[in-house]
Write a protein that binds this ligand. Structure first.
Ligand SMILES: N[C@@H](CCC(=O)N[C@@H](CS)C(=O)NCC(=O)O)C(=O)O
Length: 203
């Protein structure tokens, strides 16, 4: 398999952690890709021009990190990252949705500031993304306090871990830990997993 990646993308990190947790990491060749370079050929694999994109051994190109993680989950015999049924499935998928929303809002903030000329920056939009992140983190803190993030690693908890790691990378000054002790304690432990340690983004 071949994975088009960027070293700081939280979506790519999610896939990388999933690959390590499922024992599939060694089967994936990495191709670093700068999707913002005007000369990039990423669209030849992913028409949306985004990473991650995974080419399977059969030559199919999968885009969108949840699809890629679902595919990886079909290739191993261990405990599923996406539980097949029951409350565990909906809990994992809902955590994934919430944490993906945090990633989306954080990436939108980065793009607004980096890609847009300063005089065209939309402060109301930036504020809206900040609020989304703050509300989602409050919800995650409540879930962490209730023990909903405990138990076997799954796609939801991986995505929460990668979203928080991305906030540390891009928005450390926002101090997301403040007022969210349960989420902080959960992340402190989760980020020690070898899969998380092996995928810390470059500063
Ligand atoms: N929903 C996608 C989001 C992927 C995404 O937005 N990746 C960013 C890098 S962090 C990207 O490639 N952006 C380029 C663009 O939006 O043109 C996923 O989960 O894989």
């Amino acid at each position: 398999m071949k994975l088009r990646y960027s070293p700081t993308s939280p979506y790519v990190r999610k896939v990388a952690v999933a690959a390590l947790e499922t024992g599939l990491d060694g089967r994936i060749e990495r191709i670093e890709t700068d999707v913002w370079n005007p000369g990039t050929d990423i669209a030849e694999d992913n028409p949306l021009g985004k990473v991650p994109a995974l080419t399977t051994d059969e030559g199919m190109v999968l885009c969108d990190s949840p699809t890629i993680c679902d595919y990886l989950d079909s290739l191993h015999d261990g405990a599923r990252l996406i539980p097949a049924e029951g409350p565990a499935r909906w809990q994992a998928l809902n955590l994934h949705a919430l944490a993906s929303g945090v990633m989306d809002a954080a990436v939108a903030r980065v793009v607004e500031v980096r890609a847009r000329p300063e005089d065209k920056r939309f402060e109301g939009w930036l504020e809206r993304q900040k609020l989304k992140i703050a509300r989602a983190l409050d919800a995650l803190d409540k879930q962490a306090a209730a023990g909903a993030l405990d138990g076997p690693v799954n796609l939801g908890t991986i995505t929460v871990g990668c979203a928080l790691g991305y906030l540390d990378l891009r928005f450390a000054e926002d101090a997301w830990r403040e007022g969210r002790p349960a989420l902080e304690a959960w992340y402190q432990a989760f980020s020690q997993r070898p899969s998380m340690q092996a995928t810390v983004p470059p500063g």
